[in-house]
Design a protein around this ligand. Structure first.
Ligand SMILES: [Zn+2]
Length: 81
């Protein structure tokens, strides 16, 4: 029951950042020993950057089933009595 994420040597996690100066989106790969929350400069050299949290798409495609349209409800038309 240990929630330890397996470390894959050689795999560099990529983080998305947005430049607050030129509004550029760029990706930075950082090692596991580096802190992703530390701001980095954008490709244009601006230092006002913020990290963008991209939602991880969970596989499955389990969409909520649409409720079946109950057609022909008769209790409103007085046919049940
Ligand atoms: Zn910039």
């Amino acid at each position: 029951m240990t929630a330890v994420a397996p470390a894959y040597p050689g795999v560099m996690p990529a983080y998305d950042y947005r430049c607050r100066t030129c509004d550029a989106l760029f990706e930075v790969r950082r090692g596991l020993h580096e802190y992703p929350d530390v701001p980095t400069s954008c490709p244009s050299g601006h230092l006002e950057t913020t990290r963008v949290f991209t939602p991880v798409a969970v596989g499955g495609g389990a969409a909520a089933p649409a409720p079946a349209a109950a057609g022909g409800g008769c209790c409103g038309g007085g046919c049940c009595g």
